[in-house]
Write a new protein. Structure first.
Length: 375
């Protein structure tokens, strides 16, 4: 039974150069109709029991106006019984004035995640962001004034022409805000993005792998120095402020995915919704779920997912939990991967836990790959 829901709002007022998520320009879109159909899908996919986490992402959920945000939240409260756990909205700095913040707070939203990416205004402009660093301070201050305490910001490193010094400066400014949660991801150039097209033309100057690794090292050390502990490869938090919603993914638990292009995992089936708005809204208007494809996850695939998702967490995978879940030990299913990765010093077995070493965090993809396609 799913205890979490992800809700996708595909609208953006601008498209960033690195983004490959399902999104469309806000202007001229049938936003109100989309929100109505989204409410209907919530009803169609309603689960037994209460949800512990709800995450509204995008796109840019806060590109909706105050009336639309209120409508969306009302539909969530109506169709998704919520335990009062973690209710997150993604936001762009500069998008949330007092009116919108109050709407979210009044409807039970208790966590905000701001897409900051950098505190260097020139760099922000070069990656297609429209906010400036000043907007971050204004937005965080406004959110705190309304009563939000659980605030996270996302950063990206290894950006075109970014230096280690620049990233250090961004980290310092981010950490000086004293927030309880930070995410920091290295840039991945995805197909169908502005950056991908530039890279194919040889017009994208990216830091080297060595420079990227150096930035990641700076990230880990700086967070540690500020007392923000690393609990996942790219995520850091003060004790008790870890993202409960994201832990659902890394713990390989089930969740409902709602909205255009959203993915879900229910009753052993992974599914994805139609991405284009019209194709998403049409079946919902006829009382049908808008699934475009679904896949029954085999036991072997579940075991692989348990390892490559669970190993993202610094706490790693529980051997006991694995055996209780699958009726077999990790050692009996993945003997070669364990031997090879511990031999390379990328994995360690410590009591009940199998986890990445510090060196392993730098080479996580190599480790995850070793657990795939072996069953």
């Amino acid at each position: 039974m799913a205890k979490s829901a992800y809700i996708h709002i595909p609208f953006c007022e601008h498209i960033c150069h690195y983004c490959d998520f399902n999104k469309v320009f806000l202007e001229g879109q049938p936003v109100d109709e989309y929100l109505m159909r989204l409410g209907e899908e919530m009803k169609l996919r309603r689960q037994e029991g209460q949800l512990d986490t709800i995450f509204v992402g995008g796109g840019t959920p806060t590109s909706l106006d105050a009336r639309q945000l209120a409508y969306l939240c009302e539909k969530i409260n109506e169709h998704l019984p919520f335990s009062g756990g973690e209710f997150t909205f993604e936001a762009n700095p500069g998008d949330l004035g007092e009116e919108k913040l109050k709407v979210l707070k009044d409807h039970g939203v208790n966590r905000l995640s701001f897409g900051v990416q950098s505190f260097n205004d020139d760099l922000l402009k070069s990656i297609g962001r429209t906010h400036k660093s000043e907007d971050v301070y204004t937005s965080v201050k406004a959110a705190e004034k309304v009563g939000f305490e659980n605030i996270s910001i996302d950063l990206i490193y290894s950006l075109p022409k970014q230096t280690e010094e620049d990233f250090k400066d961004t980290l310092t400014k981010a950490l000086d805000l004293g927030l309880p949660h930070y995410s920091a991801y290295s840039l991945i150039v995805e197909p169908k993005t502005v950056f991908y097209n530039l890279m194919r033309k040889g017009k994208l100057s990216l830091p080297s792998q060595e420079q990227e690794a150096a930035m990641y090292d700076v990230l880990i050390q700086t967070m540690e120095r500020y007392g923000i502990h690393q609990y996942e490869i790219s995520n850091f938090a003060k004790e008790g402020f870890e993202s409960l919603h994201n832990l659902v993914y890394w713990d390989n638990e089930e969740y409902v995915g709602l909205g255009a292009g959203a993915h879900g995992y229910i009753n052993g089936v992974r599914y994805s919704n139609h991405g284009p708005l019209k194709k998403y809204m049409e079946p919902v208007s006829m009382g049908e779920v808008p699934t475009i494809q679904s896949h029954d996850v085999t036991k072997g695939e579940m075991m692989e997912e348990e390892m490559f998702l669970g190993l993202r967490k610094t706490g790693g995978v529980s051997r006991k939990r694995f055996e209780e879940k699958f009726g077999a030990t990790v050692e009996s299913i993945f003997p070669d991967a364990l031997e090879e990765m511990t031999g390379k010093g990328l994995l360690e077995v410590a009591g009940d836990r199998i986890r990445l070493t510090k060196q392993g965090r730098f080479l996580g993809n190599e480790v995850f790959q070793s657990f795939l396609g072996v069953i």
